[in-house]
Design a protein around this ligand. Structure first.
Ligand code: NZQ
Ligand code: ZN
Length: 390
């Protein structure tokens, strides 16, 4: 087992009706003015935004608001948020929405706290020295941003999608009512489940051994998400299934399933971010579309690990050797993706990049990974071109 630091400072308030505690939770932060940050309208239509405002009013917390965050959140709105926070002396940001809203809130928080151009952090030019405190009311189980230290922002100029991570941006609290996710379109529910799975799979596919407990937690998490993703396809209002998936979403990306590992692979994520930047697809669906190609490409570097995934997570019967078992596992995973209407190729994702676009994505990914994409197998630009093309 590798040495590790496990840091999860986020207070989780989970369950039915918990959004009504938001005002009290913000009050605990002793802030003077809050920015309520939200997306493109789902929280308005569901009435959640009004309930949050009522909760803040009851706690005598004053606020301003900024909506309009889109999936693959844009840098231009982050700049707008930074200016608004400075003008209004905002000292706490409340994100009401999904990963995109929370990520946008984190970026605004970095910009206000540190000054200068916030894109510098995403462009590897400098490190943040802090971030305005963030709270989250989560409306989709997917990105795990409510407990992670990451945020991912898209710069419109150049269509560059980049992540930046630091513990400064970890949410002070996360309000998680699984009922709030019942209004999600089925595609977003399924895409979220893929993202949750992938946050653990990225960590699970590593170059380590001897992580019995972490492997056990990870395998249980993945089986739980797969089982409940299938239930939600037919029963979107099943509270228990929503709850299992929502809690898995946070645990999958708060660091727990990486404890004792070398950090994991992350090539599929990095390669997907290039697709998201260029084609604006749902992140989880993009991951599903790429994973099989990646897995077949790197399988020979870790056949035993892929075989363990196949037998422990997918219930595959072992074949003649690890490679045969592993290949059956990859196929079973793709069958699962299909079973929840997720794509397993770029064409199924609805994206048909030209050869030039594929090369551009591979080259951009090489830069964003500091020429070090992949852990199971290091991927060159040519390797990534091959994975995008398969
Ligand atoms: O904007 P609204 O109107 O709210 O609609 C959203 C959006 O269209 C909708 N939605 C959310 N909750 C809803 C709802 N619709 C109905 N009812 C509800 N309860 O769902 C759509 C997707 O929302 P979004 O926030 O984009 O989803 P997700 O949480 O999947 O976030 C995706 C973003 O997070 C990044 C991704 O790259 C992508 O940009 N990631 C962030 C990570 C992190 N910060 O740790 C890690 C991830 O790997 C990921 O990269
Ligand atoms: Zn993800």
């Amino acid at each position: 087992m590798e040495n590790f630091t496990y840091y999860t400072p986020t207070k989780v308030v989970f369950g039915k009706g918990t959004e009504n505690q938001t005002g009290a939770l913000v009050k605990e932060q002793h802030c003077k003015k809050v920015l309520i940050h939200y997306g493109s309208g789902s929280v308005v239509r569901s009435g959640l935004l009004d309930r949050i405002k009522t909760s803040l009013d009851e706690a005598a917390v004053s606020y301003v608001e900024l909506g309009g965050v889109v999936p693959n959140p844009r840098l231009s709105l982050v700049y707008e948020g930074i200016e608004l926070c400075k003008k209004e002396n905002v000292d706490f940001i409340l994100a009401v929405g999904g990963g995109s809203v929370i990520d946008s809130a984190k970026a605004i928080g970095y910009g206000v706290y540190n000054g200068g151009d916030v894109w510098d952090f995403y462009d590897f030019k400098r490190q943040a020295e802090g971030c305005l405190p963030i709270g989250a009311v989560l409306t989709i189980a997917a990105a795990g941003s409510e407990m992670s230290g990451s945020s991912v922002i898209t710069k419109e100029d150049g269509q560059i999608k980049r992540g930046y991570s630091s513990n400064f941006s970890r949410a002070r609290f996360a309000v998680m009512n699984p009922e709030l996710t019942m209004t999600l379109p089925p595609y977003q529910t399924a895409s979220g489940c893929v993202d949750i799975l992938m946050h653990t799979m990225e960590r699970y596919f590593n170059q380590c051994d001897n992580m019995e407990l972490t492997d056990g937690i990870s395998e249980s998490l993945m089986r739980t998400v797969m089982k409940n993703a299938k239930i939600l396809k037919d029963e979107p209002a099943n509270y228990d299934a929503r709850a299992e998936v929502m809690w898995a979403g946070s645990l999958s990306h708060n660091g727990l399933t990486g404890c004792g590992t070398d950090g994991g692979d992350w090539a599929t994520h990095k390669m997907e971010h290039e697709i998201g930047g260029l084609f604006d697809v749902a992140h989880g669906a993009g991951l599903a579309a790429l994973w099989g190609s990646w897995a077949r490409f790197v399988l020979d570097a870790r056949p035993a690990r892929f075989a363990q995934f196949a037998t422990h997570v997918l219930g595959v019967t072992a074949g003649a050797d690890d490679t045969e078992t592993a290949l059956k596992g990859i196929e079973a995973m793709e069958d699962f993706y299909h079973s929840i209407n997720m794509p397993v190729s770029l064409s199924e994702l609805g994206v048909t990049p030209t050869p030039e676009q594929i090369r551009t994505m591979a080259e951009k990914c090489d830069i964003s990974t500091h020429h070090n994409a992949g852990k199971v197998k290091h991927l060159s630009v040519e390797d990534m071109v091959a994975i995008y093309t398969t």
